[in-house]
Design a binder for this molecule. Structure first.
Ligand SMILES: [Mn+2]
Length: 359
């Protein structure tokens, strides 16, 4: 595996490449052209400039998160083919720049959903949190307004104000789309892009829905082992793979993360590894990466990735806000750096034990 950190680009991120370079064991970044909108073609020149900037700092681009999918593709609207053509052009440009991993999601309207961006924990840190009761009491507009107000002036990924200004239209677009239609639209998209993925050896890594159930009545499909396997089997090519995000799949305690990792062997191209703390079945908050701070066994998760022979990038995921840092909620430097160091420590121990056993 390779340890990486997500980086939004120098115009958007409070964390610098120089800082990332100083986290022990972090050799790559997962990045994006944050100023682009879903459906746009990424120019080869812009991708090249991003790559040069990252490489000048002594790092490399380990993958893209995300190339977002236009809603016309997710809803199967008549103009979807134009947007898929654009997506293919972007993939071609990424391949020409020697980038071989693309994370994306197929969530309707909203990306990840949280009801609080700064819930205080007993140690005084603040974290993203989710309460189903609060969601049930909100309408989507109020939800968006509260995320926007709590973001501290940062544009949160998947919560772009200009797109979500048309929330009613977006909901109307999805009125006819149920889970089966969403699966069919995903299959159509994957079948069209796979030839170019094969040509440039680009691994597509779908990100699970977060939380892993329907929100505001919108369909969600990338939520559990059964649906992940269905997604992989419906377009059965190793380039059609998964981002194993423990924090997203793990929102549902019925998802056995270790078992899911084993059943996706060979198709996990990228991993987001973080911890969560359940308070009740309907309420969870994010936690430090350390097992004892949350509800997951992080050793067992890293061990499962090691056991399936995982070789792709891992990144720590959302961090707590600590030590007075001001940054995009979930994406400060300090706690993610602690997370990277901890996950690297687990990996080193697992790897050395594995070698001892095989002698
Ligand atoms: Mn994730």
């Amino acid at each position: 595996m390779e340890m990486t950190l997500r980086w939004y680009g120098s115009g958007y991120d409070t964390v610098t490449l120089e800082q990332i370079r100083q986290i022990p064991g972090v050799t790559g970044v997962i990045t994006t052209l944050y100023g682009t909108k879903p459906g746009e073609v990424w120019s080869r020149r812009d991708i090249h400039a991003l790559k040069e900037e990252v490489e000048a700092a002594g790092l490399h681009i380990a993958g893209i998160e995300s190339v977002n999918i236009h809603d016309a593709i997710k809803t199967g609207a008549p103009e979807r083919d134009t947007y898929i053509d654009n997506y293919i052009a972007t993939l071609r440009h990424l391949g020409q720049e020697d980038i071989h991993l693309v994370c994306y999601n197929f969530m309707p309207v909203f990306d990840w959903t949280r009801t609080e961006l700064a819930r205080k924990r007993p140690d005084g840190s603040t974290v993203l949190a989710y309460s189903q009761k609060q969601v049930d009491a909100l309408d989507p507009e109020t939800m968006f307004a509260s995320v926007d107000a709590g973001s501290g002036g940062f544009v949160m990924p998947g919560w772009e104000p200009d797109r979500l200004a048309h929330l009613k239209d977006l909901f109307a677009m999805y009125r006819q789309v149920d889970e089966e239609a969403l699966f069919a639209n995903l299959k159509y998209f994957l079948e069209r892009i796979l030839p170019v993925c094969r040509e440039y050896d680009i691994s597509m890594a779908i990100h699970p829905d977060d939380p892993a159930w329907s929100v505001f009545g919108l369909p969600r499909i990338i939520t559990c082992k059964e649906n992940l396997l269905r997604m992989m089997e419906m377009v059965d090519d190793p380039h059609n793979g998964v981002t194993l995000c423990t924090g997203s799949l793990g929102t549902n305690p019925d998802n056995d993360l270790v078992d899911i990792i084993h059943s996706l062997k060979g198709r996990i191209h990228f991993a987001h590894v973080r911890n969560l703390k359940y308070n009740t079945r309907d309420d969870f908050e994010e936690a430090a990466h350390l097992s004892s701070d949350g509800s997951f066994d992080m050793y067992a998760i890293m061990k499962a990735l090691y056991d399936i022979g995982f070789t792709g990038p891992i990144r720590p995921d959302h961090g707590r806000m600590i030590w007075g840092e001001k940054a995009m909620p979930g994406y400060g430097l300090y706690d993610r750096a602690l997370g990277a160091a901890y996950l690297n420590g687990l990996w080193e121990a697992i790897e050395k034990q594995g070698k001892e056993r095989s002698i």
